[in-house]
Design a protein around this ligand. Sequence first.
Ligand SMILES: Cc1cc2nc3c(=O)[nH]c(=O)nc-3n(C[C@H](O)[C@H](O)[C@H](O)COP(=O)(O)O)c2cc1C
Length: 317
Amino acid sequence: MALPEIFKGNLSLPVICAPMFLVSDPKLVISACKSGVVGTFPALNTRPQALLDDWLLQIKTELNEFSVQNPDLPVAPFGVNQVVHPSNTRLQADQDLIRKHQVPFVITSQGNPADIVKDVHSWGGIVFHDVIYAKHAKKAIAAGVDGIIIVAAGAGGHGGTTNPFALIREIREFWDGPVALAGAINDGHAIRAAEVLGADMAYMGTRFIATQEASVDPLYKDMLVESDVSDIVYTDYFTGVNCNYLKASIEKEGIDMDAVAGKKEVDLDLGSTKSWKDVWSAGHGTAGISSIPFMKDLVDELKSEYRQALEKPGFIG
Ligand SMILES: Cc1cc2nc3c(=O)[nH]c(=O)nc-3n(C[C@H](O)[C@H](O)[C@H](O)COP(=O)(O)O)c2cc1C
């Protein structure tokens, strides 16, 4: 196990509640951390940008109070996701607030994290970088990151296309530091399976959208309960970048699925429909979602399944 020091003794499970555009907010982050799961959000979820200051203050204050009142409970550190692609014009302003609040955990995506790593290390924070290919992991390691998040096929958002078995073993050939694995991890059995495969932590997004604390349209949560893998569409039609979407959310906007699938030669008229806001993302893990529990109850269930998985003996021939 290569669990970073900041997580040791502060988690009830080796799980990160992944950052989700237009989904993660202080309520979801705080409920995850109070349950012993690392809560995170994308800095870009705060609009206007200055709201990031308020969110960080709120999260820190509520978690500190909870820790003082519950000294025996594990309270997980929280994290912020920074898109380090040059198109992110807010990067520096957001980083200034992340420095002001000395955020313990930063997740970088889509670019070179070197400058962020240097900055976050100055106050003892750590940086994980998310990748869909081994070559990106090598670059991030060269930039000094503390951990790698492997986003495999079937993950919500801009999921990768590589099989998790293949990708994690490929990355473990050259990296023995912390690894979090993402892609349709939904229950305690899958969390344990990720560890057996070589991960230190499970990185879960879609499952946490179907919780009482997630501030999304209730219809989105219902769709997660009702959908299976065949109801997820991987397409670049809406933004030019491939992403996993709930088919039912595309249909609710009156959009022709044959056009999205490229089976019809028509230009999609998206009108006022906006990707992420009206057309909702989810990963293949939706197949395993059948309830919309409170965060604490979900984490208790994950813990119970994880323990069952730990007790399951392997085959000895
Ligand atoms: C609705 C939604 C929004 C997402 N937004 C982001 C984002 O802003 N930044 C990011 O790095 N990943 C984003 N992701 C990906 C998640 O952080 C994570 O990698 C993924 O959800 C893990 O796969 P799973 O959903 O199958 O558990 C998003 C995922 C979803 C479902």
